[in-house]
Design a protein. Structure first.
Lengths: 286, 332
């Protein structure tokens, strides 16, 4: 089943939801000004559903637009968007009765060159883990893709070098934070005056503070949507760092973010049989 | 025009030889992006029709610049711009620099730091062959293949060659230093029609007061998808808002000027905690009105040259052009 068939189904579902008054607005995708791009589309009239798009360029994570909304929202959600929604539920950022999830099976998104969009190559959740209505694609399975890139080197100095090489491109604009569904703090630690985490100059140190801080704050919360990497106009990829933390959490606690709305946030719960390695200086085997 | 030609190979060698006496800045591949960067003898300079994702404004108005040092009751100003040559600014970039010059040098206050960079920089602009997705320079009254706000202007002839003209004494002197370019001439006189193609301009009515625009469209709806990330302002060639930061260390205090952005929540946050621009709607409206109304009213030029960078890089697909056009439809 192609994107085209899914698109018609999405349009029909959205139109009906608005006609029946089941939701106040719909968040989906429409065509952007630049040829081929798909951008977020928020609308409230049934006939506006005609402008909805669904194809392999629907990259933005729409989940971020749910945060703080008061109305009842219908959302066209890829599995990674759904994982964001699930984690909002887990973190009490959203009430389930305020959102109607149109979960769409996702065959993977592409960038403007036809390459897999950041996060999509290695994605293993291609069917929505939670939905009110599912738009299926029988060709899509939850099979894990190939690992996207060279594994992080084991040597500490090489690790540092890779990290700093990426940071050399960063201009500290914080767009990656703004694009991330999980970065919803009212005042980001980087914007705080007391204590002031940000030195006057956006030098390497400031960039390291920011990116390490953000990575830690996303421990067990990243849904691998790739928005941070895709958004970065400067071509910085720090997502591998966050991915490594996610892999660690999956290995250590058997927890994958955004799959089960009944979960407790992994970093705020404690069990007596938690492995010691989760603590600073802990022993891997203990 | 017969002899007004140099090869890209020669130009590349020429720029590299100039690194002995100047900081030379040119489009260079940096990972996935094309960026204006300082070059050295072995840098590969990109000479195609692409436009660097970020403008070259930081050569004149660096992202962070140490302005003053306070020590033992003395204040020292740090005005010592390096001699710089920038290759590869597009006509929209050069015209944007004209806007910055108006803002920093022509008004009530003159900025000595900007002035020092400006006077020590020589610009080799390159005309565009094609408009890139998102570009709207024509609608902003700019000719994609010509600007006189540069010292030397090149145009790609579609192969391995550029046509060359100079537009200032500085440009003439530089070309005069090389056997291969000392015969180059200024451009023939251009007729007005040549420089101003017939398109509907994207602009606001500068006769109106700002209050007329505050509720002219539903700004909330128009900016609903904006994520407030501010990348549009960092990469824009005309955005010029800044913050001052003092850093004290070992008995001395340095005062830095750092880029700021009207799209950031802290930009207008008062000490009291009150924020007059409380949400994205007010911030984005400010961005549009600053560019299309306040700068025109104060300095006589619009602070948007249609380079399209903000449209290409916006993670949400916002388009300043579309928003201004929406306002134009209803403005008196
Ligand atoms: S990584 Fe990219 S998006 Fe994030 S702050 Fe740095 S330049 Fe901005
Ligand atoms: S850190 Fe990046 S990949 Fe992870 S949820 Fe945030 S934007 Fe998506
Ligand atoms: S318009 Fe786009 S680039 Fe600018 S702040 Fe909003 S989301 Fe970011
Ligand atoms: S507002 Fe956008 S199009 Fe206009 S000059 Fe700035 S980056 Fe270019």
């Amino acid at each position: 089943m192609s994107f085209e068939i899914q698109k018609e189904k999405i349009k029909q579902i959205c139109r009906e939801l608005l006609e029946k008054g089941e939701v106040d607005v719909i968040i989906g995708y429409t065509a952007g000004e630049i040829e081929g791009t798909r951008i977020p589309y928020i609308f409230s009239k049934p006939e506006e559903a005609d402008k909805l798009e669904w194809d392999e360029r629907c990259t933005p994570n729409l989940c971020t637009y749910l945060h703080g909304r008061k109305d009842k929202v219908g959302i066209v959600a890829k599995p990674c968007d759904v994982r964001g929604i699930v984690n909002y539920l887990v973190e009490s950022q959203l009430k389930k009765d305020k959102v109607y999830i149109i979960g769409v099976d996702c065959a993977g998104m592409k960038d403007d060159q036809g390459n897999p969009s950041p996060g999509c190559g290695e994605c293993s959740v291609k069917q929505p883990p939670l939905y009110d209505m599912r738009v299926e694609n029988p060709d899509v399975t939850n099979e894990k893709g190939a690992p996207p890139e060279a594994a992080d080197p084991a040597d500490l100095m090489e690790k540092l070098e890779r990290f700093q090489n990426e940071l050399q491109k960063c201009i500290l604009c914080y767009s990656c934070r703004q694009a991330c569904y999980g970065c919803y703090c009212q005042v980001c630690f980087m914007d705080r005056g007391v204590p002031n985490w940000q030195p006057a100059t956006p030098d390497l140190g400031a960039k390291m503070v920011y990116h390490l801080g953000r990575a830690m704050h996303l421990s067990g919360r990243c849904v691998e949507c790739g928005a941070c990497e895709r958004t970065c106009a400067s071509g910085v990829n720090i997502r591998y760092l966050i991915k490594e933390i996610s892999d660690f959490i999956e290995k250590t606690y058997g927890y994958k973010t955004g799959l089960d709305a009944e979960d407790q946030p992994v970093m705020t719960t404690y069990a007596f049989d938690d492995k010691e390695i989760g603590f600073l200086g802990g022993d891997a085997d203990a | 025009m017969r002899n007004q030609i140099i090869t890209k190979e020669f130009l590349s060698a020429m720029l590299k030889s100039l690194t002995k006496d100047y900081r030379v800045v040119a489009p260079v591949r940096n990972g996935k992006v094309l960026e204006f960067m300082g070059i050295s003898g072995d840098t590969e300079i990109v000479m195609n029709d692409e436009i660097p994702y970020k403008s070259a404004k930081d050569c004149f108005f660096p992202q962070v610049e140490k302005l003053l040092t306070f020590k033992d009751g003395e204040v020292a100003a740090n005005i010592n711009a390096e001699k710089t040559i920038i290759f590869g600014m597009k006509p929209c970039d050069a015209e944007a620099l004209r806007v910055l010059r108006e803002v920093f040098l022509a008004g009530q206050y003159q900025d000595p730091f900007f002035q020092s960079h400006f006077e020590n920089t020589l610009i080799i602009a390159v005309g565009c062959v094609r408009e890139k997705p998102g570009c709207f320079c024509a609608e902003r009254g700019i000719d994609k293949s010509f600007t006189d706000f540069c010292d030397i202007l090149l145009n790609d002839e579609g192969g391995e060659e550029y046509t060359v003209v100079y537009l200032s004494e500085k440009g003439m002197d530089l070309l005069g230093r090389f056997e291969e370019t000392k015969h180059i001439l200024p451009p023939p006189e251009r007729k007005a029609a040549e420089t101003a193609p017939e398109v509907k301009k994207v602009e606001l009515n500068q006769e109106l007061d700002e209050t007329a625009y505050f509720d002219i469209i539903d700004w909330g709806k128009a900016t609903e998808i904006c994520q407030g990330c501010g990348i549009c302002t960092f990469i824009c060639p005309t955005c010029h808002c800044f913050d001052l930061k003092d850093v004290s260390m070992q008995g001395a205090t340095d005062r830095f000027r750092c880029w700021d952005s009207c799209m950031y929540p802290k930009f207008t946050l008062h000490a009291s905690g009150h924020n007059p621009r409380a949400s994205t709607k007010e911030r984005y409206r400010q961005r549009v009105l600053h560019k299309y109304l306040y700068v025109p009213q104060n300095f006589g030029c619009t602070a948007c040259t249609g380079c399209g960078r903000c449209i290409r890089s916006c993670p949400a697909g916002m388009s300043i052009r579309k928003v201004v056009e929406e306002v134009m439809e209803v403005q008196p």
